[in-house]
Structure formats: C-alpha cells, structure tokens
Design a protein around this ligand. Structure first.
Ligand SMILES: Nc1ncnc2c1ncn2[C@@H]1O[C@H](COP(=O)(O)OP(=O)(O)OP(=O)(O)O)[C@@H](O)[C@H]1O
Length: 321
C-alpha cells in the first residue's frame, strides 16, 4: 500500500476493510506500507520469490501498480498474480477493464480471476499501459513545480503547466522507429500504447488490446495553436480513431496510428526529452519499448472478469470513460 498515492492516505480506510474482508473470506494476508519510491518493487519481488502461491494487491495508483508488476517480473514467478486497488490520482490501468470504482470492492477482488496480459519492456523498466514523449509528458513533469506555490491546488497547477508548455515553442523533432520503419518529423506527442488510457482518462488508443501481443503507436504532428484544442479534445475522448481502427479522416494530416512490436523514439535536435512511463515522468535521452506478450497474470474482480470474458467471446473491445 502506497500511503502517498492520490489526494489522501487511502490506508486509513482501506487497511480496516482489508482486515475485515480477509477474515470473512478466511485468507491469510499481510499489509505492507511502501516507505519510499520503488520500495514496492522490492516488496513484490520478495513475496513472489518466497515460493508460496501469492496474489499481490497494489493499493495505490498506476505508479504503484507498475512497481508491483516489475517486482513480480524480476522474481521469475509466472504463477504470481497481481491485482490493483486503485486509490491513486489517475488510476488509468484499470480503466482498460471497467470503471476504477469496480476495482474497489474487496470481496469481488478476492473472488476474482487472473488473466494473462502483455507488458512493455522499456530502457528503464517495465510499463503496463502507456509510454510517451511530448507535450503531455512535459505538462505532467512540470506540475509538481507549480504545486509548491502556496494556494496552488491540483487543477491550478495542471492549468499553469499547460499554459507554460503552450507558451514555449511547440513540437519537438523526433526520430521514431517503428519495427524498423523510420519517421522523422516535428511531433507534439508520440505515444506507445499497450493499454488505452493515460493521464487520468486520456484515451490515446481506444482499440488497444492488452492481450494481443501488439503495441499501438499514436503520433500527433506539430500543428497550429488554433487547432490544438480541438484535436486534443478528440484525442482525450478516443474519438480520433474510427470503429475500424483507422485514424478519422479529418485528422489524417496530423495524426498517425501504427501497430508494432518494437518502438524507439529519439529527439533529433536536443540531447534530452521528457519521457512518461505509466505516469512517472522524467528527463531521458530516448524512449525504447518492446512488447512482452502474456508477461504477467492480472486479477479482474469477479463481475469485471465475467463481462470481460463475455466481451472477448463476442470480439468486442471495452470502451469506458
Ligand atoms: N512512502 C513513500 N514516500 C514517497 N514516495 C512513495 C512512497 N511510496 C511510494 N512512493 C512513490 O509514490 C509515487 C506515486 O505513486 P502512484 O503513482 O501510485 O500514485 P499517484 O501518482 O497518485 O497515482 P496515478 O499514477 O494513478 O496518477 C510513485 O512514484 C511511488 O514510487
């Protein structure tokens, strides 16, 4: 459990609920509080390596889930199961399967079932859902700077960060290599998607499937400031991709979508860029990502599992806002 995820310490109400539910379901459990950034990687690895059948519930946001998944992968235990109790700010990973609230019922979680999901390997670790380079990553990276200003709350900090980035020169020249094919242009956003959502509900890849062994790459070219708001509104809503998976006709001059196994994004004129990996943003010289098909077992709460398997049988993709 990450006590600093989200707006308030969720452990205050979640720990009593976990104790009550675990007793009710007669399961043995341990609650561990993370003490620092990346502590969850060590905890998850240790529990997954211990040898007993184990299910690890990542209580926090996407960053905490990312760390638990990384720990399980490092352990080499292919049977270990990972679940998410979303109490972070964005909680984007679980949106691939339903609403974040659907993952807060502990009884349904305990009775849930695991499915195999793909992950991405990047140059710095794993990514569960989405990695990106561009104005989205820069906005997220600058938010903490504004949060330190007195009376500057979450939304104000977010808006100021957007304003700062819109006032700067737009776009960055990037070399994007998608399964060996090279694209070099001024891009506003370059996103590598295993899942659909990031940034607190931005639906960058509405047709992404966490079980298909394929990544979706969405490239948004530099455009006039006048056009940005309308294009990003469609990008946020997932309305940039049509039902058949192609880019909507009115956006084809500025937005491209590809399928890939391996992607490399490198800034051309500058040494560094800001890279976003599952919501954790920082400076980097490049972004490399490879798909890892069926890398880990992820638990869906019982009702979510039932509707997920039904939709899979019908060949439908969930599309939740
Ligand atoms: N005790 C701790 N002290 C400081 N940082 C911590 C601690 N435990 C975990 N962290 C770090 O907190 C960061 C934020 O966690 P997390 O991403 O889960 O929450 P969030 O940002 O609110 O949610 P989301 O990513 O869904 O928006 C992670 O980088 C994690 O490594």
């Amino acid at each position: 459990m990450n006590p600093i995820s989200g707006k308030a310490d969720a452990s205050l109400y979640l720990v009593p609920q976990i104790i009550e539910q675990a007793k009710k379901c007669n399961i043995s459990y341990r609650v561990e509080m993370t003490q620092a950034h990346r502590h969850a990687v060590q905890l998850a690895q240790a529990y997954a390596q211990a040898g007993d059948p184990v299910r690890l519930y990542a209580c926090g946001g996407d960053g905490t889930l990312n760390e638990v998944l990384e720990g399980v992968l490092r352990s080499g235990n292919h049977e270990a199961e990972v679940a998410s109790i979303p109490c972070g700010s964005g909680n984007d990973y679980v949106r691939n399967f339903g609403k974040p609230q659907d993952f807060l019922n502990l009884e349904n979680q305990i009775n849930g079932h695991a499915i195999s999901v793909d992950l991405m390997r990047t140059q710095t670790g794993i990514s569960a859902a989405i990695c990106s380079v561009g104005i989205d990553a820069k906005v997220a990276y600058n938010i903490p700077k504004y949060r330190r200003i007195p009376l500057c709350g979450g939304t104000m900090a977010y808006n100021l960060s957007i304003l700062e980035n819109l006032c700067r020169p737009l776009g960055q020249k990037l070399r994007v290599e998608i399964d060996g094919k090279v694209f070099c242009d001024q891009f506003l956003i370059a996103t590598i998607c295993n899942g659909s959502y990031y940034g607190g509900g931005y639906c960058a890849a509405p047709k992404a499937d966490l079980q298909d062994g394929v990544l979706e790459v969405v490239l948004v070219r530099k455009m006039s400031r006048l056009r940005i708001a309308s294009v990003l509104a469609k990008y946020k809503a997932g309305a940039h991709i049509a039902e058949d998976g192609t880019v909507c006709p009115d956006l084809r001059d500025v937005l491209y979508c590809f399928h890939a196994q391996e992607v490399h994004i490198i800034p051309v004129d500058e040494k560094n860029t800001i890279v976003n990996i599952d919501g954790e943003c920082g400076p980097a010289e490049r972004l490399d990502a490879w798909v890892m098909p069926g890398a880990v077992r992820f638990v869906l709460p019982l009702p979510v599992y039932d509707s997920w398997t039904q939709n899979k049988q019908k060949g439908q993709t969930l599309f939740v806002h």
